[in-house]
Every structure is written in C-alpha cells, then in structure tokens.
Write a protein of this length. Structure first.
Length: 446
C-alpha cells in the first residue's frame, strides 16, 4: 500500500473521497451516495453545493479575501457584526470573529476574565462549567469541557472547570424527577460558586442544549432563568455556548431563546457559515465591554484570519438565505416531522432509551435495558458501530456521549434545514434499518 500524507481521524481506516455535494446528499468518487443526516458535524445547515452561497463567495473573492485586523476593517465584517447584534437575544452585542467554535468559546472565556481585570477585580478568573459538556478541543476550551473521553489524554494540562451537575432529566444525577426535584441541577451552580468563592469566579459557560457530550440533552423549563438569576446574584458572567445550537438549528435563531434569557457572552460557529467557510464568533454584551472600553480599549485575543472579509461575506450570505427562506420556522416544522418518525422507530426498538432535542437537533440515547436505563459496556463500542452501520446504509449520523459518567452511547440526528419531508422519510427508513441491524448484531454476541 502506498503511504499517505494526510492525518485522518483514524489512521488505519479508509475514507471515501467526496467528489461533490448537492442539497442533503454527498457523492463520493466511487459513485456512492450519502444522505447527510447530521449536517457533517451539525454544521452544513443549508446543505451542500448551494449556488447562491457560491456566488457570494466568488463576488467577495474578486474584491478582496484577506486583510489583517490590526491594519484594516472591511465592509462585510462590519455588516456581519451589526447583523448578529440585531439577531441576538436582548441587548446589543459586539462581535469578535475567529475561525472555529473552539476559538470562539476560548475567546469568550478570555474576554470574561479581562472584564473583571479591567474592573479592578483580577481574583475573578475561574470559569465554571458542567460535567456533561463539550466546548472545544483547544486546551482552554477543553479545560471548560466535561467530555470524559476527549479530556482523557490531556488531563495534566487542563484546568478542572467542570464542577456543576448537568440538567439530565433522563438520568437525574440526584435520582429525582422534574419538577419535584426543585431543579437541584440549577442550584448546584450556586453551591459551586459559594464553595469556590464568588470573588474567584469570572463566568459560567453552558450549551443551551448539550450536544456532543450528551446527545441533544434539553434542560427543563426555567432552568436557564434560574441559572441567570444565580449568575447575576453572585456577579458571575453567563456564557452561552451556541456553537452547535445557534443560527436556526433548534427552531430559534439562538438556542437560549427557548428560555428567554439574555447571556452576557455568546459563542457561535458551525451554522454561522453553514460549512461554506471556517467562521465563528464571540458575541460580547455592552455591559461586558464597558470596563474594557473605559480601560485598555483592547481585547487581548486575536488570530491571523479573524474577521477576514471573505468569511464575513459568506456568513452574511448564509444569514440572508436563512431569513429569505424562513428556515427558523422550517426547523420547527421539519423537526416535528422528523421527531414523529423517530418516535415511531423507537416504539419498535429495544435499544432506544430516550429521544430528545429541539427543532432540527435531535438525539437518541442507546441502552441495553430500557426499563433500567442500563448503558452498554464501553467495550462494545455501540455508538461507533452504529455510526459505521449507518454509513454503510448511506446515512451520516453524529456520535455523542451519554450516561452520567460520559461513557454511554448516543447519536445526534441533525440534517440540513433545507431537507424536504420526502428526504426525511428516506432518512427515517435508513435510520430504522440501522437500528434494527444494530439490535440483531448485539443479540448475536450476547
């Protein structure tokens, strides 16, 4: 075998070469067709090969693709920042543009710490997060993440920021039920702040709906209202990690809107550019920016490609397409249709323990016993095997974690928002085929 030069996720695995994409489908060099049931990594929300976005890309490239942010600004970047501020929940926000979700959450973390430094309170530097969470793969973002498997190799280099219980009603960490539980998962944040000392805590970060670490875990009503009240009471900034949930994915432009809460900072990525360019952002409220504007007048963060006009123009085109085609509403309607299809599959399945999510971000948790909710043994690699079976059936799904210890099995189904009902029917057929094949395989090795 000829040697390879590209480092792929699994070095001993063969990956088909994709030739092109159209709508919700991808086509490889061998002629195989794949229904993109997870928008890649919950990213390609407008599908593939969209001519309208390609035209915006080419138009900007003919003008200018790159300027360095310490030397120039550009009209696309200025317009994009204004547009995001207009779309964001509540008050007005400033935008710091970066190239990935990991950079966005880490930038939000740094700005939160700098906010307190510029207010003369440098002791407030700790960031709190939840045990079931994933905020990115850079060391700062991974320090904020509770994703057990992704932290494992780098624990000596990481901070222990995850200290708060997750709002995981399917497996309540307190073995109680909502609403009689009194939402102890929310009050756990207050316990953590008081234990550590509010004078040391800069911010709390959370995904509105837990993605890769939990498989679309949705908190109960008023959870984030209580979280924000606790943050305000102890002068702790609230960072909403909307990298996966933001930009129409959940049936709202921002996932946190389901709870009517206004974060102090917001991290965006993925759907912000719908996969047509690397682009992400940290949105910062006026209140957080105020001491910096009155002090150093400079955010201590930056990347070479920050705010490049090419990516800004593409993101603007994506936002315009979403608005023109009413894809926020589509995420609600199509998400409901998809959920009904998945519920029907679950009624016939012995391994689907829970279906959850909002809009077009849905998760399935897989269990060995539906009555006891027992997870499969880690050694059985159920999530990865399920993903492989789906791939073989021409369906792309996204692997996620599950279980209180983070080693359980879940998958995310999050197709492009432009998917049709007929294509959802096809997705459901392929998903049912995969589930039942997985069940037979598991029975065979018992």
């Amino acid at each position: 075998m000829n040697r390879e030069y590209l480092i792929k996720p699994m070095l001993d695995r063969h990956y088909p070469a994709i030739q092109y994409g159209h709508g919700v489908y991808l086509y490889d060099a061998a002629g195989s067709k794949y229904l993109d049931g997870c928008s890649g990594a919950v990213t390609a929300s407008l599908g593939h090969g969209l001519q309208e976005i390609g035209e915006a890309m080419a138009e900007q490239a003919r003008k200018v693709s790159f300027v360095y942010r310490s030397q120039f600004t550009s009209e696309p970047a200025e317009r994009l920042a204004k547009t995001l501020s207009e779309l964001a929940p509540g008050g007005e926000y400033w935008s710091f543009f970066v190239s990935s979700g990991s950079e966005a959450t880490e930038t939000a973390m740094k700005i939160a710490i700098q906010h307190w430094q510029e207010k003369g309170r440098p002791s407030k530097y700790k960031i709190l997060s939840r045990h079931m969470s994933y905020h990115g793969i850079t060391l700062g973002a991974l320090s904020m993440s509770g994703h057990v498997l992704r932290r494992k190799r780098f624990i000596p280099l990481l901070e222990d920021f995850p200290v708060v219980a997750a709002p995981y009603c399917y497996r309540c960490p307190y073995q109680q039920s909502y609403p009689s539980c009194g939402m102890k998962c929310a009050s756990d944040l207050e316990v953590a702040i008081r234990r550590i000392g509010a004078d040391q805590v800069a911010a709390f970060i959370a995904e509105p709906i837990v993605g890769a670490a939990g498989g679309a875990v949705v908190p109960p009503a008023r959870y984030y209202n209580e979280i924000k009240e606790i943050c305000d009471r102890y002068e702790v900034l609230f960072i909403a990690d909307e990298v996966m949930t933001g930009i129409a994915r959940t049936g709202k432009m921002f996932g946190i809107e389901h709870w009517g809460v206004e974060p102090d900072l917001i991290a965006l990525g993925k759907g912000m550019s719908a996969g047509y360019t690397p682009m992400a952002a940290a949105l910062v409220s006026d209140q957080v920016m105020e001491p910096i504007l009155a002090g150093s007048k400079s955010i201590m963060a930056g990347h070479t490609y920050s705010a490049n006009p090419q990516s800004a123009a593409i993101s603007l085109a994506v936002l315009q397409y979403i608005k023109k085609n009413k894809l926020v509403d589509a995420a609600v309607d199509k998400g409901r249709y998809l959920r009904d299809k998945l519920d029907h599959i679950a009624q016939k399945s012995s391994i689907i323990g829970d279906i959850r999510g909002n809009g077009m971000l849905l998760g399935l948790e897989l269990v060995s016993d539906q009555a006891t909710k027992a997870s499969f043994a880690v050694e059985r690699h159920v999530t990865s095997r399920m993903t492989e079976l789906a791939f073989r059936n021409g369906l792309l799904i996204y692997p996620a974690g599950g279980g209180l210890d983070g080693t359980g099995d879940a998958i995310i189904i999050a197709p492009p928002l432009v998917i049709t009902n007929e294509e959802i029917d096809e997705l459901a057929e392929k998903m049912a085929q995969t589930i039942f094949e997985m069940q037979e395989e598991l029975r065979a090795v018992v």
